[in-house]
Design a protein around this ligand. Structure first.
Ligand code: UD1
Ligand code: CA
Length: 484
């Protein structure tokens, strides 16, 4: 059950404005699709809207609308938000005019921006509570440099210093370009987030005009209408600037990324995870850790990753969609990506340095995978080892198998993939090619340098290579003397 029904409040309908161009990103990708912490900016906002129990979620699209709408299909654990197209973009009030016909009258409309990703669910709940089904609630913040923002104009004290600035009743929001010099000095600004009863908003949007310095329809003009209509306006002021920080440039995007990552790092450390350096840690999905996990510098985690107790991750690893059991050690520069199929690594396994585990790698307990070894869609039994320069694809490898340096499964015939089955306790020498489909019987040995095309019986030694020959007193050809 969602928050709004739990509290018996009115339903909350969310409108996320995302039609703007984002010129300063200087990118062909629509601004709200740029990624923060591995997820599109606007997807963070949708997640938060979902978390507070938003009934309808409308995204206003314009610039790059088809791309944005396609990217957000199924983004709400399978569900898709509603879209309202705004063409052309004539201002925030005009954006809301496109969205309001999609919403019923009985709710509270929460207005958010697709480029303000770190807004907190609790802040939004508090703002909706301030609106209380009958008031216009504005999320505001006091900043050192209010340049470019809409200023919160209060009945008294707009020029009387900081304290008076936040006491009088809110009368209007004045945009930078329309503001008098005195108004420009106001440091309390409108964050772009508001909560307002839908029935009031609908009537006010119908009254907007574009008679202002920018020739735009300003959503912020509804504050003046509320004052005229005797509807109370409340400012809910917060201190945490990160929550209302917008992304307009690559530099701002990078700054928010670091802030978000630091927050994620702090959260993990508070659970006991030991990060060598929280400033050199990147989580672009979810990371669940049991006790005494250690993570060295410059690791990147993507998708869903879980680490068992005492797992150690060396420096410079990239790990995505994997489950690593307790006590396993991942040495530096290892790349693990389970994609859809996932990767599982058994207890006490040792992986890397420079190993590559791909989708469907299922490694048992105490498995060793060494440098420049690639494993894809293969199961390795407990204690199996492939320590150097090898490939295991579409293979089922028994327990305690030793798979030699430079050996590979030839799993692909140009059209189909075939399986290789290696029984328990097999020893595959160095530089072997196992041409699938093939089975190496349990306890067997494959001599180094063999190309194996037929299955072998358990316990046998199989060698398949040219017989060695030596020629005595062999004289090597000489190079002809150089001419001038
Ligand atoms: C707006 C507010 C300003 C506030 C600031 C906070 C108005 C008139 N002004 O400024 O008081 O301090 O946000 O950041 O509302 N958008 C559309 N369609 C449009 C125009 C904008 O969807 O036609 C979207 C943008 O993509 C963005 C959001 O609305 O997500 C805010 O637009 P932006 O231009 O950044 O804000 P301002 O209008 O400058
Ligand atoms: Ca603008």
């Amino acid at each position: 059950m969602n928050q709004s029904t739990q509290d018996n409040q009115e339903p909350v309908d969310v409108v996320i404005m995302a039609a703007g161009k984002g010129t300063r990103m200087k990118s062909s990708l629509p601004k709200v699709l740029h990624r923060l912490g591995g997820r599109a900016l606007v997807a963070h906002v949708i997640d938060t809207a979902t978390r507070i129990g938003g009934r309808h979620i409308v995204v206003v699209t314009g610039h790059g609308a088809p791309e944005v709408e396609a990217a957000l299909a199924g983004t709400m654990s399978g569900a898709t938000p509603l879209f309202a197209r705004q063409m052309p973009q004539l201002g925030t009030g005009h954006a809301m005019q496109q969205a309001i016909p999609l919403l019923p009258d009985d709710g509270t409309v929460l207005v958010l921006s697709g480029d303000v990703p770190l807004i907190d669910a609790d802040t939004l709940r508090a703002l909706v509570a301030e609106s209380a089904g009958r008031r216009l609630a504005l999320l505001t913040i006091r900043v050192a440099d209010p340049k470019g923002y809409g200023r919160i104009v209060r009945v008294q004290g707009a020029t009387d210093g900081a304290d008076a600035e936040s006491e009088g009743e809110v009368q209007a929001i004045v945009e930078e370009k329309d503001a008098s010099e005195a108004q420009r000095a106001i440091r309390e600004i409108y964050s772009g987030v508001m909560a307002v009863p839908a029935r009031l908003l609908r009537a006010w949007l119908a009254r907007l005009d574009n008679h202002n310095a920018q020739g735009e329809y300003y959503l912020t003009d509804i504050v003046g209408f509320a004052t005229v209509d005797g509807v109370p306006v409340v400012a809910h002021r917060i201190e945490d600037a990160l929550q209302v920080a917008g992304v307009n440039s690559p530099s701002q995007l990078a700054a928010l990324e670091r802030a978000l990552q630091l927050r994620r790092a702090e959260q993990l450390m508070s659970q006991g995870v030991r990060l060598a350096d929280p400033a050199r840690f990147d989580l672009r999905g979810t990371l669940v850790c049991e006790s005494d996990v250690e993570i060295d510098v410059n690791c990147v985690f993507e998708g869903a990753v879980s680490l068992g107790a005492d797992v150690r991750i060396g420096a410079n690893c990239v790990i995505a969609n994997a489950r690593i059991e307790s006590g396993a050690v991942i040495h530096p520069f290892t790349h693990i990506d389970g994609e859809q199929a996932g990767v599982t690594i058994g207890a006490g396994a040792r992986i890397g340095p420079f190993a590559r585990l791909r989708p469907g790698a299922r490694l048992g307990a105490e498995v060793h995978i060494g440098n420049f070894v690639e494993v894809k869609n293969s199961t390795l039994g407990n204690g199996a080892k492939a320590n150097h320069l090898a490939y295991l694809g579409d293979a089922t490898v028994g327990q305690r198998v030793n798979y030699g340096a430079g050996s590979i499964t030839a799993n692909y015939d140009g059209a189909n993939k075939h399986r290789t089955i290696i029984g328990d306790d097999v020893h595959v020498g160095s530089n072997c090619v196992l041409v699938a489909p093939i089975t190496i019987g349990a306890g067997g040995t494959v001599g180094g340098g063999s190309t194996i095309t037929k299955s072998t019986e358990p316990g046998t030694l199989t060698v398949s290579r040219a017989r060695q020959a030596s020629f005595a007193d062999w004289e090597r050809p000489q190079k002809a003397p150089k001419k001038d």
